[in-house]
Design a protein around this ligand. Sequence first.
Ligand code: S3P
Ligand code: PEP
Length: 705
Amino acid sequence: MYSTAFLDLPPMQAVSGEVHLPGSKSISNRVLLLAALSRGTTTVHDLLASDDTRVMLDALRQIGCVVDETGGSTVCITGLGGRAPLSPAKLFMGNAGTAMRPLTAALALLGGEFELSGVPRMHERPIGDLVDALRQLGCQIDYLGNDGYPPLRIAHAQGVPALALSAPIRVRGDVSSQFLTALLMALPLAAATQAVVIEVVGELISKPYIAITLQLLARFGIVVEHQNWQRFTIPAGSKYQSPGSIHVEADASSASYFIALGAIASSATGEKGIKIQGIGLDSIQGDIRFVEAARAMGAVVTGGANWLQIERGAWPLQAIDLDCNHIPDAAMTLAVMALYANGTTTLRNIASWRVKETDRIAAMATELRKLGATVEEGADFIRITPPAASTSTAGPPQGASAPSEDSEPRAAGSVGAPSGWKPASIHTYDDHRVAMCFSLAAFNPAGLPVRIEDPKCVAKTFPDYFEALFSVTQTATDHIPVICIDGPTASGKGTVAAAVAQRLGYRFLDSGAMYRITALAALRAGLAIDEGHEARIAAMAQNLPVRFEGGKVLLGGDDVTDAIRTEEAGMNASRVSALPSVRTALVQLQHSFRRLPGLVADGRDMGTVIFPDAPLKVYLTASAACRAERRHKQLISKGFSASIEDLRADLEARDARDSTRSVAPLKPAQDALVLDNSTLTIDEAVNQVLAWWQERQPFAVSAPG
Ligand SMILES: O=C(O)C1=C[C@@H](OP(=O)(O)O)[C@@H](O)[C@H](O)C1
Ligand SMILES: C=C(OP(=O)(O)O)C(=O)O
């Protein structure tokens, strides 16, 4: 997961390969609760691991269920099966509607005293219709903040009061279908001896989610009949019966981003779009009908029992006018697809967007406009006209990576005119879907990067969304930014570069370590580091299985972080780096680190030789005295003894050798910015590099929202 303040997506072009999507949120949280209400143990395969399921699992543990998560994505839940839940308990529901609403109803009918709260936005999301229905039954539920909203208290310390079950329980269905889902999952607790009827008041929205609820209830032994989605009957004698084991399909709403990707991006050479694993056209999730909408816009979608294949068809996409009430979540993806359409797209009957993770109609309108679209919004609709040449006022601001005349084609296709698109920093409102769907704007025909603020908000349902996206997208190498940080030994470049990479979510290449690793591997293979062994060392270097992971340097399966950090290893690295064919062999390996979303490379010749086209080159230096002192402190802290004088003499000798060698001598690139950090803290140096980087970005800094 990217936990950076923002994630800059370079302009992207093509798609290929396949993705395995994480489990459905809606199925996961329903199955967890139903398993908790059943007797015995339910083994849940491919459970979604995300914020929304985390809060559900934690709550179930708190109320006394045994939750065994030792099996990775297979989780075992031992249910209450008639036992009373542990109480009192304070349960934190984050921003998970699928946990907050159904647990409120289930706990009210189980008895005990509970406080349910969530993140501030959860306290703005309505729950009044559900509480009204439960109060109608006789439940005692108090609001702890504003009436109609969480947090709330279920005050059944003395047990569940006598419930009024003879008349139908009436619940409004026009704000959220989750209120009805909550009642449907909880009321079997009260239907042991008599049937229970629920009547929906007003139009029921998001109906396919009720279909999921009914399907899963049936898997747990409860068959609910309904008349036209208005009147639901839970039969007398209902009893939750665990199916023993159950499998969670991949999430259909998460699939929408990749279906859209297949519709928007061209196929990589020799490939046929993108394949999605884990969900097929026969999915029980309503959002699978996003496929119909995507097809209407031009996507070519085929599918089998557990897979979908998507290819670009009509291009530009066809504008649509669609009632999206049945696919409220995936419809947000259509709003971004609309940017690539041949006209104005209208998405209707989406009033519920206003009471979800954020006011999604307002959020989508604001962010789509930032990209250059013309957007009209109403109480329950959004209308999007893509960026067009005629609306263009200015191209990208100075420093933006606008396409140059001779550059390779940058566009996903020729939609409208590229000049209407604007570089935007997308505010994400702590809404996973805003972050995910706007990533698709990186395929814009203007070749502009897109900044996604607070990318970790995807953790609600798809923590590794961006990793999955990068695993199936391609772009021209020169679109992938590289920040080079070169400098002499002990200048702090490794520390600064790693921190810059971490702050930007970029990959990290410690090229100095490559030489150290090569030297170590050579010596381990019994090869002395001299000209006589140059060819053999070079051959070995070409296939060096090196990785930099979480501050560790890995050679094959070996953690060589410490072994390559000794002074001796440094001297060996310097020697090995003077062998020209070893340097050549390592060039390709170093180039292979330039992958989405970007790279920070530290070394001595990153800007001059390896990545001469890097958009930012920094030459980081410090006085010899200062560097000797830092190295001294570093060694002492590791328990090595050393004299500052010797260290200074050593590093001056190394500077001289590095800067006079015939191949790639150490010197600042012509276009490098020199940063002498003798008097700077690490943070100050990092911030300076980030400030320089920021100056090269086309994004206007957005107001905090
Ligand atoms: O029941 C469910 O699993 C859901 C129902 C929908 O909410 P509404 O019924 O509030 O539209 C949907 O937006 C949400 O993401 C999940
Ligand atoms: C509306 C959503 O979530 P919730 O389950 O919290 O309602 C969503 O995931 O888009």
